[in-house]
Write a protein that binds this ligand. Sequence first.
Ligand code: GRF
Length: 221
Amino acid sequence: MDADARIVVLLSGQGSNLSALLRARTEGRLSASIVAVGSDRSAAPGLRHADAAEIPTFVCRPRDHGSRAHWNRALASQLAAFAPDLVVLAGLMRIVSQEVLDAASGRVINVHPSLLPSFPGLRAPEQALRAGVAISGCTVHWVDSGVDTGPILAQSAVPVLPEDSATSLHQRIQAEEHWLLPAVVERVLRGPLPAAGTRPSAATPLRALAEPIPAPPSRSP
Ligand code: GRF
């Protein structure tokens, strides 16, 4: 994939991961362009980061589309209009259908705040605290039609501290997301990408790619 690769980011919330991708682009750690940012919520604060960076935004709200199937169809067509090479779900709080995955040629990745396959779905940091685990972290994975079930590309672990609340644990996890996601996006776009129209499989984890992910600057010797 060349430096003109096109990324579309989908989000529902604060957009700190979008900010991390934008920062990586500014600092030369991400060669691809973010060509659009979409959301299922017109009030999603993350959309403002896109506005500030003069990136086109679009909103596809479930309430405007009657059924889940219709919403997915509308999202698929909005995505397809931007001809993305890769779609990044950066806090999109909805499950997308196969139709949406197809509109992105199956090239959709997600960042999730747990070490999958543990704690998929909503409120992962809270699930981790309740389970009493000593280590949690984040996962970047290919998206399939399940809930946080697609092949894992990369993970980063953090300790769970005795005094943690769901918020403090989530913040520690997000600090990892902010270096891991841009690094994975860059490596994924350097390929080999799954062929358009095929579903990524367990044969395409990041460790199979040519270059390993560098450690974050704070951990370099
Ligand atoms: C992140 O923690 C991500 O793992 C989860 O949603 C959160 C989005 O945060 N899927 P932000 O909107 O990027 O700040």
